[in-house]
Design a protein around this ligand. Structure first.
Ligand code: DCP
Ligand code: MG
Length: 363
């Protein structure tokens, strides 16, 4: 028996299709119907792909892939230089469309946002119809396509928007949520990164149904604080609100190691990997920062942060990586072993510097 619960929220997650590439194909007819990769460098001499058109994806070209590899997979691929100012302007136009339908908008990056449409500003009637109207407006006014996911919480709405790309609209209603989650691979769960997913798989946990067999204390024991969140989410419970106007104060990534690091080369590798992750996220948000922060947690759980600020805002990988390494080099590591490293970028352009220098760590 399904009980109709009038207190369900109506959440839509919208994500633009092949965002940078679609904008480039829209603005340059010569690129339409062709495999293009935004970013990277011509002849695949260096750099990575920011995103690929769907024509290029057929060959396996993907975001974050070295352009050399992209060229191997798809010899006809056309590399196109990014135009971040244009993507930012389009992002604002998309936001303006969202605002006609709701005041509760939480952007996640330039091309992606959560909308809470429970209130139904335009009295359209159903969340599915609101999502249709938004997609239609984006198509008519911006000549671009978006995919939408509709459900009762953020977690399910976000997964739904990814299920029928491009130009998709996927609704997962309350009665379908549990069976959907049971079959879902652990790597798809919110907050589960590569490392956690591998750990889960080693423990024989492959799907939502597997995770559901663990008690809350067991999950917390294995996965720390996040375990509590996983416990709820495998039961379809995600109470996170859509938070409008949340300014991005910092973008950071951190990694707790399977064993404590002693070796400087290993620490440098970790800093490089974290810098790459942070760099990509800074880019995706269209931001420029002034401060790089390194966070270290030692094996005795003592924690320190070290920061360096620059007069000029930056958004490049080199600044993040070399500053991270430098901050590590200037830290007195003594004989200590390192349990966790984190890299963050903050003090974004156009935002006020925080007086306490406190960083919000995002998962
Ligand atoms: N991006 C990036 N580096 C990455 C991933 C993405 O620079 N590693 C940029 C380019 C994308 C944009 O962010 O166009 C949005 O990211 P998405 O993950 O939503 O990817 P797309 O919109 O390109 O494709 P999809 O249709 O899969 O959403
Ligand atoms: Mg997208």
């Amino acid at each position: 028996m399904t009980v109709k619960n009038p207190s369900y929220r109506k959440i839509i997650h919208i994500d633009m299709d092949a965002f940078y590439a679609s904008v480039e194909q829209r603005d340059n007819p010569a690129y339409r119907g062709k495999p293009i990769a935004v970013g990277g460098s011509p002849q695949g001499r260096g750099g990575v792909v920011a995103t690929a058109s769907y024509e290029a994806r057929k060959f396996g070209v993907r975001s974050a892939m070295p352009s050399k590899k992209a060229l191997e997979l798809c010899p006809d691929v056309i590399f196109v230089g990014p135009r971040f100012e244009v993507y930012k302007a389009v992002s604002t136009q998309i936001r303006n469309i969202f605002e006609r339908y709701t005041d509760l908008i939480e952007p996640l990056s330039l091309d992606e946002a959560f909308l809470d449409v429970t209130e139904d500003k335009q009295q359209i009637g159903s969340a599915i119809d609101i999502a249709k109207a938004i997609k239609q407006a984006i198509r008519n006014e911006l000549q671009l396509t978006a995919s939408a996911g509709v459900s009762i919480n953020k977690f399910i709405a976000k997964i739904a928007s990814d299920m029928n790309k491009p130009d998709g609209l996927t609704f997962i209603g309350p009665s379908r949520i549990q069976s959907f989650i049971d079959d879902l691979g652990v790597e798809k769960f919110f907050g589960v990164g590569k490392v956690t997913a591998e750990k889960m798989k080693r423990m024989g946990l492959h799907t939502g149904a597997d995770l559901k067999k663990l008690s809350e204390p067991e999950l917390v024991r294995h996965f720390g604080k996040a375990g509590k969140f996983y416990y709820n989410i495998v039961r379809g419970i995600d109470e996170r609100q859509v938070q409008p106007h949340r300014e991005t104060k910092s973008i950071s990534a951190e990694d707790t190691f399977a064993y404590d690091l002693k070796d400087l080369d290993e620490m440098h590798d970790a800093v490089d990997t974290l810098s790459q992750i942070v760099y990509e996220r800074v880019r995706r948000h269209g931001l420029k920062g002034r401060t790089v922060t390194l966070k270290i947690k030692f094996h005795d759980f003592k924690q320190i942060t070290r920061s360096q600020s620059f007069p000029q805002p930056f958004a490049d990988l080199e600044t993040i990586r070399t500053t991270g390494r430098k901050l590590l080099g200037s830290t007195d590591l003594e004989e200590k072993r390192i349990r966790l490293l984190g890299i963050g970028v903050s003090n974004f352009e156009g935002q006020v510097e925080t007086s306490d220098g406190q960083l919000r760590i995002e998962y």
